[in-house]
Ligand binder design. Structure first.
Ligand SMILES: *Cc1c(COP(=O)(O)O)cnc(C)c1O
Length: 391
């Protein structure tokens, strides 16, 4: 295969897929790898290097806990939010069969929840799939109507990764509790974007990811409430790490990186959000005079860093192709025969053709005004080019 070289890097507007590691985080991570550094196994009890590595892990645990108002002992390290979602759903449902076999979730959850719920269904658990409104959120009354005596768990995401829509997790958690169920939320996209406080919002289980918040990929955490104790069946067996909930040698560098990234997110969220909101305004203003641009994102109840837009009359894949120098995402799934539109957009009632004409733009800490202006020029050029093609 020959590779074509692009003159410069594409403008990265895909922060919701992953964010670069903040240089300050990378600097911290580098302290725990090589022979002259603190590379020891944090579970080694027999020497000082092990204890020191353990202290690094415990400091990161505190940093992550502080970001969500938790106790450090309630943080279980995982390989990412995908594993955290698996552990929350499978671990809770399997360990609490006597409580009930019913799980409530929604059709627009991340695949790591959707596919996990489907796996539970094939194990004999019963799933109720809530359809969110057009604004991408689940209304509390909707959840109330779905609750049953045997509902053991409710899993609803805090911020949707394709739309940016924000669920009222405190209200949803309150309803779950009214019916004696446990409430889990996937907060991978929520950290530093919306206020998170597991005590005030009465969250029992919360999935977190390092790399959506300028930390490394391959690390995440599950918050597991301690009082009253939430019982989970482990998915990964071994040395009994993480209070038996998740075995495996802890990756000190990944964990220290996630801790630092979350501490920065916590400290700088106001500046980050102001910066990103101004970029979003600039981006929207730059498209305002283009005809047929429809926001799928509910702008009045969404995070400012995710903007899902439909370009009427234009095929999203063609637009993506024309926008080679802008890294964005469609949310659609390609298979050999056809392109399936995003199940999230379909799930909130976006018509199929419009879903196929949609792109997700997502901004971050390192996005600049120049990035936005340059992207706007390329988008306007691509859109007018595709609209003048004979169809
Ligand atoms: C990215 C993402 C995940 C998966 O997180 P990983 O850490 O990559 O496993 C889960 N849920 C949501 C909402 C996400 O955006």
């Amino acid at each position: 295969m020959t590779t074509t070289t692009t003159p410069s890097l594409p403008i990265y507007l895909d922060y919701a897929a992953t964010a670069p590691v903040d240089a300050r985080v990378a600097e911290v991570m580098q302290r725990y790898l090589t022979v002259d550094q603190l590379f020891a196994n944090p579970a080694s009890r027999s020497h000082m290097l092990g204890w020191q590595a353990e202290q690094v892990v415990e400091q990161a645990r505190r940093q992550v806990a502080d970001t969500i108002g938790a106790d450090p002992r309630e943080i279980v390290w995982t390989s990412g939010a995908t594993e955290a979602n698996n552990l929350a759903l499978i671990g809770y449902m399997r360990a609490n069969r006597e409580r009930g076999m019913h799980l409530v979730t929604s059709t627009i959850e991340h695949k790591a929840v959707v596919d996990t719920a489907l796996a539970l269904e094939s194990e004999g658990f019963e799933i109720t799939w809530l359809t969110p409104g057009h604004d991408g959120t689940v209304a509390p009354e909707q959840l109330r109507a779905a609750m049953r005596d045997d509902t053991a768990l409710v899993s609803l995401m805090a911020v949707n990764n394709e739309l940016g829509s924000i669920n009222d997790i405190a209200a949803l958690a309150a309803i779950a509790h009214e019916f004696g169920a446990v409430f889990h939320t996937d907060a991978a996209q929520a950290v530093g974007r919306i206020p998170l406080d597991v005590v005030a919002q009465e969250i029992d289980l919360m999935s977190l990811s390092g790399h959506k918040s300028y930390g490394p990929k391959g690390v995440g955490a599950l918050y597991v409430k301690r009082h009253p104790d939430i019982r989970l069946e482990a998915l990964i067996h071994g040395g009994g790490h993480e209070r038996g909930m998740r075995s495996g040698t802890l990756p000190t560098h990944q964990i220290a990186g996630m801790g630092e990234a979350f501490a920065l997110m916590h400290k700088e969220h106001a500046e980050d959000q102001a910066h990103i909101a101004s970029l979003q305004q600039r981006f929207l203003a730059g498209l305002a005079d283009l005809d047929g641009v429809v926001a799928n994102t509910p702008l009045d109840r969404a995070v400012p860093n995710i903007l899902n837009l439909a370009f009427e009359g234009i095929d999203g894949e063609s637009l993506l192709m024309a926008l080679r120098d802008v890294a964005v995402s469609t949310g659609s799934a390609c298979n050999s025969a056809s392109v399936d539109p995003s199940y999230v957009l379909l799930g909130v009632g976006v018509p199929r053709v419009l879903a196929l004409s949609s792109l997700r733009f997502s901004f971050g800490r390192f996005t600049t005004q120049d990035d936005i202006d340059h992207a706007l020029t390329l988008i306007r050029h691509a859109v007018s080019g595709l609209r003048t093609l004979p169809r």
